[in-house]
Design a protein around this ligand. Structure first.
Ligand SMILES: NC(=O)c1ccc[n+]([C@@H]2O[C@H](COP(=O)([O-])OP(=O)(O)OC[C@H]3O[C@@H](n4cnc5c(N)ncnc54)[C@H](OP(=O)(O)O)[C@@H]3O)[C@@H](O)[C@H]2O)c1
Length: 311
């Protein structure tokens, strides 16, 4: 890949695709192709085919997907499986047909078994039942991985699949329907502080542990793997450390200045009890994250205050 290579970032308006787009521009890549959903609905097979035939990108970052937190995953499993299968099928098949040199498929750590041994190694993939709250989304991701591997086997396509842990950072969602845990906590604590609300309620026990990667670190790792990884086996992208939702809530309380109480609604699910990726494979290849978590959430809160107007 060189600075004039034609690179298509599917999902460039999103958290991850946006970070990849910013990074590529900063690094001097000059020939980026980006289309909004209004310009190209990726669920539309014919539209995607004709886009690839016309544009003929050489490299593809497949970051477009229907993504959401535990609430929307629980409410809309049919949309999560159908939309994601359509988007990835269309892009992967059109990439093959139009001669894309390399494609990076953005998977997710939710493809691993619910009770996987921790930290989760790549080899634990498909060794046990999935977490039920996001099974539909995970099954779509698993199909995407298999598609990349099958196209590699049958056609020799250089399609790789990466499995990032939970992502946060500037550009995240801050509405309660679509946000992930960091965004949701920021909105809840910020609003409670502003409106002088004395207590907030959060889903679950707070004991579930999660790992978080800044979107700029994920972008950096993705570019690194696009340049340095040509294997069909999946590869984890994470930071190698996790914290409980309770500890995270404490950090965000402090950053937002919310001094009230947090009530844990234990009638609601926690999701997977723990989800920490083993990142030895990535470290051995020579990539490590660089953004400290406390710094990252402070920056994300500053970005939120500047850019988000709550209704
Ligand atoms: N966020 C995380 O914690 C996390 C963790 C692990 C893996 N991932 C994976 O990383 C990838 C990106 O996630 P993200 O957090 O960046 O999600 P996001 O912020 O929701 O971005 C998704 C992107 O996909 C686009 N998109 C969705 N459906 C589309 C359609 N039908 N036609 C055209 N564009 C469409 C969205 O466009 P609009 O702006 O029009 O909606 C947006 O640009 C996903 O594959 C996700 O599974 C994310």
């Amino acid at each position: 890949m060189n600075k004039n290579s034609k690179i298509y970032i599917a999902g460039h308006t999103g958290l991850v695709g946006g970070a990849i787009s910013r990074l590529l521009k900063k690094e001097g890549y000059k020939n980026l192709v980006e289309k909004t959903r209004a310009e190209l609905n990726l669920e539309n097979e014919l539209a995607v085919q004709s886009f690839f035939e016309k544009e003929k990108p050489e490299y593809v970052f497949l970051c477009a997907a229907k993504v959401g937190g535990i609430i929307s995953n629980s409410k809309k499993p049919a949309e999560f499986i159908l939309n994601n299968l359509k988007i990835q099928n269309n892009i992967i098949d059109s990439s093959y047909k139009s001669g894309v040199k390399k494609l990076l498929f953005m998977g997710s750590s939710c493809i691993y078994p619910r009770m996987a041994q921790q930290p989760i190694k790549e080899e634990y993939f498909m060794t046990g039942p999935l977490e039920p709250t996001n099974e539909a989304y995970a099954v779509a991701k698993i199909a995407g991985i298999n598609m990349c591997q099958s196209y590699r086997k049958q056609y020799g396509s250089n399609f790789i699949s990466v499995m990032p842990t939970n992502v946060y950072g500037p550009g995240d969602y801050f509405d309660l329907e679509r946000s992930h845990v960091v965004g949701a906590l920021i909105v809840k604590c910020h609003t409670a502080k502003k409106e002088n609300i004395k207590e907030i309620t959060l889903w679950g026990t707070g004991n579930a542990k999660r790992e978080y990667i800044h979107c700029d670190d994920l972008a950096d790792a993705s570019l690194f793997l696009m340049k340095n990884y040509d294997d069909g086996e999946i590869i984890n992208i994470g930071v190698g450390e996790d914290i409980s939702i309770k500890e995270l809530a404490k950090k965000i309380k402090k950053i937002t200045g919310f001094e009230g109480k947090i009530i844990w609604d234990t009638t609601k699910p926690d999701g997977m009890p723990r989800k920490l990726l083993n990142v030895d494979k990535l470290h051995t290849l020579g990539w490590k994250h660089s953004i400290d978590f406390d710094r990252g959430i402070r920056e994300t809160y500053e970005w939120f205050k500047k850019n988000i107007t709550l209704k």
